[in-house]
Design a protein. Sequence first.
Length: 109
Amino acid sequence: MAKRPENKMPVSERAKQFMPFAALKGLPEALRAKEKIIVPKIELSPEMAEELDRKMHRLTRGEIITAIHFYHGEYIKTSGMIARIDESSRILQIVNTKIAFDDLLDITF
């Protein structure tokens, strides 16, 4: 009877041969960055600014809201509980996200 050769490779090394391989490191991140479309900041009309001001005066700490705001060349939507409304610094904080009043586009309750 022929003797089978023993597998000398440790289990940890055998597992490595089945791990995914990235031939071009950083390519997925670079492609995602290229997909981002940079947009200019929208200048609010007087009517939009007045409506936003009305909504801002209704806000209370602990309330759950969604804010659309300008951030690094794009508009994003942030939802969560209001942690802080700082009128002197003109900052609205939703959970850990600080949003400048001037960057707000809209608020929904």
